[in-house]
Design a binder for this molecule. Structure first.
Ligand SMILES: Nc1nc2c(c(=O)[nH]1)N[C@H]1C(S)=C(S)[C@@H](COP(=O)(O)OP(=O)(O)OC[C@H]3O[C@@H](n4cnc5c(=O)[nH]c(N)nc54)[C@H](O)[C@@H]3O)O[C@H]1N2
Ligand SMILES: Nc1nc2c(c(=O)[nH]1)N[C@H]1C(S)=C(S)[C@@H](COP(=O)(O)OP(=O)(O)OC[C@H]3O[C@@H](n4cnc5c(=O)[nH]c(N)nc54)[C@H](O)[C@@H]3O)O[C@H]1N2
Ligand code: SF4
Ligand SMILES: [Mo]
Length: 714
């Protein structure tokens, strides 16, 4: 049988053509007729078969016995037990004693997107955390303060731009992020083919930098200085032009004063980029027929993350490239999730120990461990994780690992016993991707083309398996303490199920109609193997803008105030010349955050969890390629093999994240073969973006020495 569906493993949402025989997957290929991905896939898609067939994957709920063994139990018992553990902690110690961590795959699972929020609302814990604060929180902050909604995230119009400036992203490997662009490789290569230019700014000469027309090395964590000086040049040279949206901008005049002192000459020693190169970059950007600045993970996970994303938007705005073909644009998805998600808020409460602000109802996950370890009334005593592995994914993971051992109870919704879920009392496994239907609610908000595709399940759920939404809905019904109205709404939603909610969303969305037989409906998408193409992005900010002032806010005061932090560093840091190495992360095409490392198909080849270092640094430290090195930071130490390469900037070393599978008690069959070491045993939970609280992974100071004992692991 042939099935068509979209891959939900990363943000690219590639269309797949899957063949099955007698319920077994026999091939997975790219769907050449998919209107968006046109046949592109990456090696991870094939591993959907591995997830389906993986003997390590849990099929039944498991409970840890007093002797520490995992025992399979039935669903009713598991759900009752899970709900009771959560409820009893909240009864005894208050609502905030239960923390929740939502991991990355929730955003790729429409069941979670629809059914986790009502459960969270009824739990009402201030200790709600997610992968957002180790990822894209600064993007949401900039969107909320400038455009009035945390999800109004501009995306680069990659298919039509003539100049793309990429800061801190490596789409050739990540397949694009906050820019859903399947086959991004071809889309990027098309830019120089039509006479355009790609410039990459990155402390490493990445795979993306290799195909760019220009690559500039930058010291980790200093992009805010670069962006400020690009703006300085544009204003000083009279090149800042508001363009078509002039009437929509607050306070365009006076904006340039904010950056007056951030000249290329002053920021050059900090960024490591020559002042002439900065000036030239500003000129090229402003002269291009169309241009877009795209900043991603490398700029959001740094100490000036918020400032960076604000200035990325400003650069697009002041060069007249905002909401314009070839510039930064807003998708118009068939289901407009913005209508049902809050616009966002910040600082309504703060974390107990360090006082970091909440954003959109969540605290920064960098504080989770200390909230568990602190003695005192507000202590977190129980944790629910949904699709996440924060022991490997969040800064100072070892501390969190220790903290999880001290919880009174922990429940995980996940299909693996991994470094985090091994601490749980109960694990509730949802169906794997191929056993469920799918409609992408999140990445269509970020897509470089408007499309709508619905994926039917490829196989029936095995046995009594429950979908994520069913688990969440069952837990909710056991924990619901809302009034009659809330309860009726919950019952109605669970009867409706996510499928019909999608239908409703489509009918009431911009391409739908409530009249029978008209507009986009679920039935229409079900009948169409490859989905619907809804066309290229169109200027639409006038319609989408949600600020109270009905203007695009160019200078929200939190950013203006935070510029002072940058300015004070400009003053103290100009002569920085210490020889400390700084650490950054990286991704690999055949790796997916902290999981999928147990599939031989993806893991073959060279050891990937290596430390990259520039030859000069290796020589100075007396180190050679291939030998084991001890890397240490304020918070810990790991041992990995060294790979010496001039793709690194001198003074900067790189290690991938998501590894460190040698912890005891996991059930991952290849953990011994491919353990790797966790970068987050080195990253520091006290390093956060002062404005948003997002983890600042980039630029952690480290020492690297020959390993005490070759091959020794810590
Ligand atoms: N140092 C450093 N740390 C980083 C990063 C970095 O670049 N550097 N990147 C950060 C980023 S961007 C992110 S998004 C986070 C990601 O970190 P996490 O939020 O921890 O997400 P994953 O590592 O993807 O964890 C996936 C878990 O979800 C489970 N899972 C997969 N699919 C499903 C499903 O459908 N349902 C359920 N219930 N479970 C499922 C898997 O078994 C696995 O245990 O890591 C962050 N950590
Ligand atoms: N194959 C694969 N694909 C993935 C993932 C995966 O794990 N594997 N994870 C998915 C997830 S959750 C996400 S969020 C996206 C992320 O997708 P991207 O945003 O493309 O993230 P990375 O590939 O980590 O690229 C970040 C780049 O920033 C650079 N960098 C580090 N520090 C700095 C700095 O201070 N300044 C500048 N200018 N650059 C810096 C790094 O060298 C790196 O090249 O990828 C997604 N796609
Ligand atoms: S690029 Fe992403 S969406 Fe496309 S096949 Fe690979 S993992 Fe799946
Ligand atoms: Mo992410």
């Amino acid at each position: 049988m042939t099935h068509f569906r979209i891959c939900n493993l990363c943000e690219a949402t590639c269309g797949l053509r899957i063949e099955t025989e007698d319920g077994v997957v026999t091939s997975i290929r790219g769907d050449r007729d998919d209107p968006f991905s046109r046949g592109h896939i990456c090696p991870k898609a094939i591993a959907l078969k591995d997830i389906q067939e993986d003997p390590d994957r849990l099929r039944w709920p498991v409970r840890r016995s007093d002797k520490g063994e995992w025992v399979e139990i039935g669903w009713d018992e598991a759900l009752d037990d899970a709900a009771e553990r959560m409820a009893s902690v909240q009864r005894k110690h208050g609502r905030d004693a239960l923390a929740i961590y939502l991991g990355n795959p929730n955003s790729h699972n429409y069941g979670s997107m629809l059914f986790a929020p009502p459960l969270l609302r009824s739990l009402r814990s201030k200790n709600t955390y997610s992968a957002t604060s180790v990822d894209q929180l600064p993007h949401h902050l900039a969107a909320m303060l400038m455009f009035g909604h945390q999800l109004l995230l501009p995306v680069p119009d990659i298919d039509r731009t003539q100049f793309m400036l990429i800061l801190g992203a490596n789409p050739l490997v990540s397949n694009g992020s906050l820019m859903t662009a399947p086959g991004v490789n071809d889309r990027l290569l098309a830019i120089p083919k039509r006479g355009g230019t790609i410039v990459v700014v990155d402390p490493r000469r990445t795979e993306t930098a290799e195909i760019a027309q220009k690559h500039l090395f930058i010291h980790p964590g200093t992009d805010a200085f670069l962006l400020a000086s690009l703006l300085q040049v544009l204003f000083a040279e009279g090149l800042a032009q508001p363009g078509r949206l002039q009437g929509l901008y607050s306070s365009f005049s006076g904006l340039g004063d904010l950056f007056e002192d951030m000249t290329p000459e002053r920021v050059a020693p900090i960024t490591g980029i020559d002042s002439e190169a900065i000036r030239q970059l500003a000129l090229e950007f402003s002269e291009a027929d169309s241009a877009v600045c795209y900043g991603r993970l490398g700029v959001s996970t740094q100490v000036y993350g918020g400032l960076c994303l604000w200035m990325v938007n400003l650069l697009n705005i002041v060069t007249g490239n905002f909401d314009r073909k070839g510039g930064a644009m807003f998708p118009e998805p068939a289901i407009d999730v913005l209508r049902s998600v809050s616009r966002g808020h910040i600082g309504r409460w703060s974390s107990g120990v360090r006082g970091l602000p909440e954003f959109g109802g969540e605290l920064p996950v960098s504080v989770l461990a200390e909230e568990i370890l602190s003695e005192g009334a507000g202590r977190v005593r129980s944790l629910l994780t949904i699709a996440g592995n924060p022991v490997l994914s969040t800064p100072n993971g070892r501390q969190l690992d220790r903290a999880l051992g001290q919880l009174e109870s922990m429940v995980a919704i996940d299909f693996y016993i991994n470094e985090t879920t091994r601490h749980a009392d109960l694990i509730l496994p949802p169906t794997p991707p191929l056993e469920r239907d799918h409609y992408d609610l999140v990445f269509n908000i970020l897509a470089v083309r408007n499309v709508a595709r619905y994926s039917k399940p490829v196989m029936k759920p095995a046995g009594d398996a429950l979908h994520e939404w069913q688990i969440l809905s069952e837990l909710h019904s056991r924990l619901d303490r809302g009034g009659l109205g809330v309860r009726l709404r919950r019952i109605a939603l669970s009867r409706l199920g996510p499928r019909r909610m999608i239908d409703f969303g489509l009918r009431t969305g911009p391409y739908g109609s409530l009249l029978p037989g008209r507009g986009l409906t679920l039935a229409k998408l079900e009948d169409s193997d490859h989905g619907e193409d809804l066309g290229p992005l169109r200027p639409c900010i006038e319609k989408r803008l949600q600020t109270m002032s009905r203007r695009i806010e160019l200078a929200p005061s939190p950013f203006v105030l935070d510029l002072e932090r940058l300015r004070s560093e400009l003053e103290t840091n100009e002569a920085i010349s210490d020889r400390c190495l700084t650490l950054i992360g990286r991704r690999h095409l055949r790796s997916n955050n902290s999981w999928m490392h147990n599939f031989a198909r993806l893991m073959g080849g060279k050891d990937r969890c290596t430390l990259l270092m520039h030859p000069e640094d290796a020589r100075r430290n007396g180190l050679e390629s291939g030998e084991q090195v001890d890397i240490s930071s304020r918070v810990g130490q790991v041992t990995v093999a060294l790979a010496v390469t001039d793709e690194m900037m001198p003074g900067v070393v790189s290690l991938p994240h998501g590894w460190g599978h040698d912890r005891e008690g996991t059930r991952l069959s290849t953990a011994e073969l491919y353990p790797g070491a966790s970068i987050n045993d080195l990253t520091d939970e006290t390093r956060v973006d002062g404005l948003s609280g997002n983890a600042a992974f980039s630029g952690v100071p480290v020492r690297v020495v020959k390993a005490k004992e070759d091959g020794q692991k810590t």
